[in-house]
Each structure stands twice: as C-alpha cells, then as structure tokens.
Design a protein around this ligand. Structure first.
Ligand code: ZN
Length: 426
C-alpha cells in the first residue's frame, strides 16, 4: 500500500434548488452566449487568416466584450478554454484524415440557449464545509444590488466529506436535464494497491451495450443496458401519470430514478474493476467520448439524447468514466482515455477500415479477413489496441467467431449485482 494524491470529482445535490435555480439558469445561459460569441469570433478569424486562435488569444480578444462580464472572469475564461480545446480536438481529427469530423457548433436551439456548465475556480467560490454551503460568484453584469453571489446549500453522498479533502480546486454547476447539481473537483490523498498485473482491457461505452470489454487474451464481455431501459420505461410511465410535472410526487419519482441510475453506475464500475483484478489487468483503455458533447446537432449517429428511448446524456458517460477511474486507482490500475476515431469502423483483426465491411444485427463482418465479431467488442478491441497493439486474435482461429460470442453480464435486480447470463444463441 502506498499513499498518493489524486483528483476526485464529487457530485452533490442542491438542497435549496428552488431558490437558486433562476440564478444558475442565467449563468448557464450566459455561458452558452459567451460560447457562441467565441465560436463566431473563431470562425471570423479562420475565414480571414486560416488560423484558429489559442484560448489565451481568444480571452485577450474577448475580455472587453459585454458578454464576458456576465460571469466571473475565471468562469468566462474556462468557457473560452473549453471552446478552444474543442476546436483543437476537431482540427487534430481533420488533420488525421477524419473528414466527417465537424467543428464545435453553436449552443443554440432556435431562440433558446441551453444551460451550459459553469466552472468556478478558486477566486470564484467560497466553501463553508461546516454548514454545507458554497458561494458562487456572478459576473458583474448579473449582480443585483443586494447580492453578487449565489448561495447554494449542497448535499454530498454519505461517503463524501469535503472537510477532509486536501483541497477543493473548482466547483462546477451542471445542468442534468432536470435540475442543477454541483461537482466539486478535489485533491484527495488515497491508499493505493499494487497493480494486479500488466495486461490491458479495452472498454467501449455505448447505448445498447453500456459497456463492451475486450481483454488482451481475447475473451470479451458485454454489459447490456436492458435493466436501465426497463427502469426508464417504468418511471416514465409513472411520471406520465402525474398530473403536474412539478408536483412533489413527480419530484420524488425523478429522484428515485436518478438514485437507481447512480447505483447502477457504481455497481457496474465496481464489478468491472473486480473483473480486471481477477484478469490481472494493469491498464483499462476507455474511448474518450468528449467529442459527442459538442457535435450533437450535426451528426445523426451521435444523437445520443434521443436514441433508443433512453435519455442518457453524455455526462452519464463522463460520470461513469470518473467512477471507473476512482475505483481502478484504488487497485493500482490505470485508466487511459484514447480517441474513439475509427474504432467502430476498423477491423480489429486486420485493420481494414469499413465501407466494404458491414455491421449486421450487431455483428461486425470483415470482407478481408472474414472476422465476425460483436460490433461493440470489435470497437473495444480497437480501443485496447491503441495502447497495446498486440493482436488479440493473432495466430488464433479467426473463423470460430470468438469475438462474436462475448460473455454477457446482466444486472440482477434481486441481488443488486452483475451476474453472467448463459450464452444466448441468436
Ligand atoms: Zn479484417
């Protein structure tokens, strides 16, 4: 066992949601407006001189803009930084030949602005762990004559105590689609174990199978989402029966639904880390999904919000990756995020890119080498190979379809655990 200081993000609910929601809304809308101003500025510069400004150039340029003062200066800076990062990410993809990559879009739906995440750095917040309160600074434009901050009463999960962390680096106000919540980014000292081994596993996160795992030795596992889908169906039906979506009953149902989802993510991340310990894995490779945050509007295949009737937002994947990282760290396992570029298109066996290759009923079929693999497992294996290029199927019998028959783990509602399902024949 060794001690190590790591970064942890803790999510807290806001107890006085009703009192602070309007103020947080205006900050969230302002962040979207500033994003759009920055977005417009970048495209102007790009058109004029073929150059994408860095975030500090963008900040210097927009500092005097009216919208910049809607938020605390550090919060405005962070919005422009995220925008610049999104552009760099897009530009890198383009340079690497991904012609389908789109630049980050505007944050606008008709005349409405979505509620963007607002980040508060050290000068922008004041934390009072004794009374579980945090003061979040507004920008000078949004200050009312009686207050220049929003006072949130927060509630952390029972296992989190902010008064014991080394330091709180930032606070983020995040709109979940239903309400505002807070994320505290902290430095924490933890005890870590020796790594269980040196093997790698690739993890592909998605909406049909929430997670597909491809281990180095070739076996694979799937974690379908049907349990969450059933849950969603049940809760949405009950919610539809509520007369008023703001009623106490509806609020209770929504809270219950989100608690069950959080429980599912906790249990799944714990289970996966446990499996990695058993399989002597030292590195978990996860596809970086940050791209889906910005290109929701212009890419049909990335329309995660509405797909499959499951309103899983990209933050659910972010949160899951965080949970997985924390639990893995405790076991001495590293989590690496890699770009998902081409991981669903390429054959994990011979490397041939799709177009001619097909996906049929969830199976990836390669023309070249005749690989037949579960499409999500093929993606997971490609993700794994970005860190550890050894071919899992090298030398093996490719025609037996081992990648096509992953073990399937289902969430058992009775026991609250994941249990293997007997291999189903489709
Ligand atoms: Zn192939």
């Amino acid at each position: 066992m060794a001690k190590q200081v790591v970064t942890r993000t803790y999510t807290a609910s806001i107890r006085n949601q009703q009192q602070v929601a309007d103020d947080l809304d205006s900050l969230g809308f302002s962040a979207s407006k500033l994003w759009n101003v920055g977005r417009w500025t970048i495209s102007r510069v790009w058109d004029e001189i073929d150059y994408i400004p860095e975030h500090d150039e963008l900040t210097a340029y927009l500092k005097s803009h009216e919208r910049y003062d809607d938020l605390h200066s550090q919060s405005s800076q962070r919005v422009l930084q995220e925008l610049a990062e999104a552009f760099t990410g897009w530009y890198t993809k383009r340079r690497n030949g991904d012609t389908r990559a789109n630049p980050p879009g505007y944050r606008k739906h008709g005349d409405d602005h979505p509620r963007s995440t607002v980040t508060f750095k050290n000068k922008g917040f004041k934390l009072d762990t004794q009374y579980n309160r945090v003061r979040l600074s507004k920008g000078s434009n949004l200050k009312d004559y009686w207050s220049d901050f929003i006072l949130c009463e927060y509630q952390t999960p029972p296992d989190v105590d902010l008064s014991t962390v080394e330091s709180v680096q930032q606070v983020r106000a995040v709109w979940t689609g239903e309400e505002w919540e807070l994320q505290f980014v902290c430095n924490v000292e933890i005890e870590v174990s020796e790594a269980p081994g040196e093997k790698t596993v690739g993890v592909d996160l998605g909406i049909n199978n929430f997670a597909a795992l491809a281990y180095e030795d070739g076996h694979s596992e799937l974690y379908p989402l049907n349990c969450l889908k059933q849950d969603d169906y049940y809760f949405n039906k009950r919610l539809a029966q509520c007369d008023d979506s703001d009623s106490e009953q509806a609020t209770r149902l929504n809270q219950k639904k989100s608690r069950r989802r959080t429980h599912y993510f906790h249990t799944l991340s714990k289970h996966i880390v446990q499996r990695c310990v058993e399989e002597e894995v030292g590195t978990i490779v996860v596809g970086d999904l940050s791209g889906i945050r910005e290109d929701g509007e212009d890419d049909e295949s990335k329309d995660w919000g509405t797909h499959g009737n499951l309103d899983l937002h990209s933050w659910a994947f972010d949160r899951f990756t965080d949970l997985l990282t924390y639990k893995a760290e405790m076991e001495g396992i590293t989590v690496e995020e890699v770009s998902e570029q081409d991981t669903s298109k390429s054959c994990s066996c011979c490397g041939r890119k799709r177009d001619a290759n097909r996906v049929e009923r969830g199976l990836y079929v390669c023309d070249e080498c005749e690989l037949v693999a579960n499409a999500d497992v093929n993606g997971a294996e490609n993700i794994r190979q970005k860190v550890s290029p050894s071919l899992a199927c090298d030398g093996g019998d490719r025609s037996n379809g081992w990648l096509a028959q992953p073990s399937v783990y289902l969430f058992d509602l009775e026991s609250g655990c994941f249990a293997p399902r007997e291999q189903a024949t489709s």
